[in-house]
Design a protein around this ligand. Structure first.
Ligand SMILES: Nc1ncnc2c1ncn2[C@@H]1O[C@H](COP(=O)(O)OP(=O)(O)OP(=O)(O)O)[C@@H](O)[C@H]1O
Ligand SMILES: [Mg+2]
Length: 243
């Protein structure tokens, strides 16, 4: 099982949009995919037409008392299942911090899923606490959506420093440009001559797109309702580069 985390220190940068669309692309490519929505807001689950699971608690999950598998729900999309987000996820950081081996918490929790799935996508809430550290350790690849602005790059820098500090270097941190608006000079310039920190980034970037915005109205990944859109093509190309 290959585990992708979609993570950023920053909120509202397109993590959930990427998680849902990349999970969909992996499933469309024939993989058996589980998306674990780690965000208490449950947006990824909602986009996939799945309602949050009643009474999940980070405490029970971290302590190993919760049989996670029974909360997995199928979606209407072939080979794509969801472990829904829930309000009970609000105190992930505190619960993981209190665990015996905080950094390994997520690794142990996801291990059993490797029997049934070949791809696991983790949609993470923003922030840089114990959950983030555990995610950085558990994921084979950490995708960081980065808006082409100085502030976003600064946040990426902070993530990379955190990775160094916590010695979770085995994971591959892969930033990619997200919500790029080529009408804006700053975005254009940054995409055309990317800073060093984006050197390892995939060639594909995700444009600012009304189709991505419409995911909320359709409660579906872009390609499911706008297969010929540029956004659908970009998520497909991004998946090809990172798979
Ligand atoms: N490429 C895009 N083009 C246009 N709008 C986008 C794009 N990506 C995301 N959005 C919109 O921006 C908002 C935030 O996106 P999203 O929820 O994916 O970000 P996030 O990083 O997961 O946010 P949070 O930190 O709250 O979890 C949403 O309203 C979404 O529809
Ligand atoms: Mg999100």
């Amino acid at each position: 099982m290959k585990t992708y985390a979609i993570y950023s220190l920053k909120g509202g940068v397109g993590k959930t949009a990427a998680a849902v669309n990349l999970a969909y692309e992996a499933a469309a490519a024939g993989k058996h995919v589980l998306l674990w929505d780690l965000d208490p807001q449950g947006a990824a689950s909602w986009y996939l037409g799945v309602d949050s699971s009643p009474e999940m608690s980070a405490k029970r999950i971290v302590s190993g008392k919760e049989a996670l598998g029974r909360h997995v729900q199928a979606t209407e999309h072939d080979r794509l299942s969801v472990l829904p987000g829930d309000r009970g996820y609000r105190d992930w950081d505190a619960q993981i911090h209190a665990a015996k081996q905080p950094r390994k918490v997520l690794e142990s929790l996801i291990e059993p899923f490797s029997e049934s799935y070949s791809v696991l996508v983790l949609d993470c809430p923003p922030g840089i606490g114990a959950l983030a550290t555990s995610v950085l350790r558990a994921a084979d690849r950490v995708l960081v959506p980065t808006v082409p602005t100085p502030l976003s790059l600064r946040a990426l820098d902070e993530v990379l420093e955190h990775v160094d500090d916590k010695k979770v270097g085995k994971t591959r941190v892969t930033p990619f440009f997200s919500m790029a608006d080529r009408r804006r000079k700053m975005h254009r310039e940054m995409i055309e001559s990317p800073p060093d920190i984006m050197k390892k980034a995939p060639k594909t970037f995700i444009d600012y797109s009304t189709h991505v915005e419409q995911m909320g109205a359709h409660r579906a990944p872009v390609r499911a309702f706008a297969p010929r859109s540029r956004a659908a093509a970009q998520y497909k190309a991004l998946y090809k580069e990172i798979r």
